[in-house]
Design a protein around this ligand. Structure first.
Ligand code: ADQ
Length: 495
């Protein structure tokens, strides 16, 4: 593998890499490659980093000689295509300026807040949009260069919404899927977007568009009808070139077996007991999130803090463990959030803690999957309170790890997961009093009630895992009949 660091800004990666010709029959296109660099003697090596999406797609990638296209995470560094743990990956280079405009700007300071109910103010900058369009084209060109004739290409998430259409223009023979991991906004919010038509047309370039929940798929189809005047029928839409596409919900999940196995391992069982001993509390409340303003951390800490200060939770017997993963630390809104919640927690611990203990144990760090599983196992109540969330995998990981059937899940009605996890203690995170009452109920309900609810949660999660999610999407994408006619325009019909 060779690499070079360069100072060119906007021309980075203009020539798509195509070392072996267009030979991949399955291509995943995502903003990030699922790899991490491990330093060895002399040369660096890369290995696949464990994550839900890669776990789901790895078997398909291996079976179909697939390729993963994405940015490897280092601004300004050019890498040749290489293999990570036996999977071919094609790095797409991004310059420092491009990371600022396309990723931190348009993706994370415009689209991310807008698509999450505008819980933070979305910023609109034309130069961010120009960069977004340019980088989406780069990803599309790269996919066009490696995909074999008639290949399946699966484009992931909000950073790459223009890729399906751009790719279709380059390669009408391909079968293109798109999955949005975050919510799709309601019409009133989507209309703010100065580039709304281009985004809709971009996504509609796919044969199959997947969303986390059915409501979002309906929103999307309605917008195609109202804004672009496409013909639609239920989950189907017809583009001006008479191609039929579909938009449907595919709720994402987790690798349930892997979590269960890990949770039952002797190391995790003993680590969970150690965590309980170290925290020294009868009740452990637990929260774990990326440090993101969509996750409802301020409201959660407020609610738990008030329960402590009103004496309804006793710091002598209850502790709230909050783990927050550092995230998007260069974006202004995220810096503010961190300052806010650390101030909040400091005040609560300062006024209600003793020399022996603090009501809130706060860790601003990422932990290994093994350590996280031990924390889930140790926790009596998991509190998940996003103001808006596409799905929320934490809410599914907890029941998977509670193999002994104990525990209680407090879950926001605004997480996609709430549609499936009906046995959770459902809360509205904007309603602090309601949330306080529900947290107390989750702590104090009789063990038999909690076991019954946890049984329901485990049944749901174990019967809908990440493999079922990927299989369902790819099966439906395969079922869309598209005659291969690369040189005769796009005359596809839907099956
Ligand atoms: P995220 O917003 O990142 O995902 P989530 O679904 O909860 O949110 O996934 C977070 C993942 O990170 C979980 O697997 C969790 O275990 C892990 N994690 C969190 N904090 C951690 C820590 N401190 N240490 C180690 N691991 C930690 C986006 C969307 C979601 C959607 C997913 C998948 O915003 O709505 O569910 O994609 O589609």
């Amino acid at each position: 593998m060779t690499s070079s660091t360069e100072s060119r800004s906007d021309s980075a990666g203009a020539t798509p890499a195509n070392p072996t010709g267009p030979s991949a029959s399955f291509v995943v296109v995502a903003n990030r490659l699922p790899v991490e660099r491990v330093s060895g003697d002399g040369d660096d090596e890369w290995r696949m980093s464990p994550g839900g999406l890669v776990t789901a797609l790895e078997p398909v990638l291996r079976q179909k000689h697939g390729v993963w296209i994405g940015w490897h995470g280092v601004p300004g560094e050019h890498l040749e295509p290489f293999e990570a743990s036996g999977i071919p990956v094609v790095p797409v280079p991004l310059s420092g300026h491009e990371v600022t405009d396309y990723y931190e700007g348009m993706s994370n300071a415009t689209l991310w807040p807008l698509y999450h109910d505008s819980v933070a103010f979305p910023e609109y900058h034309r130069e961010w949009w120009d960069a977004y369009r340019r980088i989406n084209r780069r990803f599309a060109q790269q996919a066009a260069a490696v995909a074999a004739e008639g290949a399946v290409v699966w484009v992931q998430d909000y950073q790459l919404q223009l890729v399906p259409r751009m790719l279709r223009e380059l390669r009408p023979d391909l079968r293109i899927g798109f999955f949005l991991h975050i919510p799709f906004p309601p019409e009133e919010l989507f209309q703010q977007l100065p580039w709304r038509r281009e985004i809709l047309e971009g996504i509609a370039g796919a044969d199959l568009v997947g969303f986390q929940v059915a409501k979002d798929a309906h929103n999307f189809v309605r917008l195609l009808r109202q804004m672009l005047r496409y013909q639609t029928h239920r989950d189907r839409f017809v583009t001006p070139d008479r191609r039929t596409g579909r938009a449907q919900a595919y709720p994402i999940s987790i690798d349930v077996n892997a979590f269960e196995e890990l949770s039952n391992s002797p190391e995790v069982v003993s680590r969970a007991a150690e965590i309980r001993r170290d925290l020294g509390a009868k009740n452990i409340l637990f929260g774990v999130d990326r440090l993101d303003y969509t996750k409802g951390l301020r409201q959660r800490i407020q609610a738990v803090g008030e329960l402590f200060s009103e004496g309804r939770l006793d710091p002598a017997e209850t502790v709230f463990l909050q783990l927050a993963t550092p995230s998007r630390e260069r974006v202004e809104e995220y810096k503010r959030l961190r300052d806010d919640i650390e101030l909040q927690i400091g005040r609560i611990n300062g006024s209600m803690g003793t020399i022996a203990r603090s009501p809130i144990t706060y860790l601003h760090t990422s932990v290994s999957k093994q350590e996280l599983t031990a924390m889930y196992r140790a926790a009596d109540v998991l509190i998940v309170t996003p103001l808006r969330d596409g799905m929320n995998l934490v809410a599914k990981e907890y029941p998977a790890c509670k193999t002994d059937g104990s525990g209680a899940l407090v879950l926001s009605e605004f997480a996609g997961a709430a549609e499936e996890l009906r046995q959770a203690y459902i809360v509205n995170p904007y309603d602090i009093n309601g949330m306080k009452e529900t947290i107390l109920r989750a702590v104090g309900d009789p063990p038999a009630t909690k076991r019954r609810r946890m049984r329901g949660l485990r049944k749901q999660v174990t019967s809908h895992d990440i493999h079922a999610w990927a299989d369902a999407f790819l099966r439906d994408l395969d079922a869309i009949r598209r005659p291969v006619a690369p040189n005769h325009g796009d005359e596809a019909a839907a099956g």
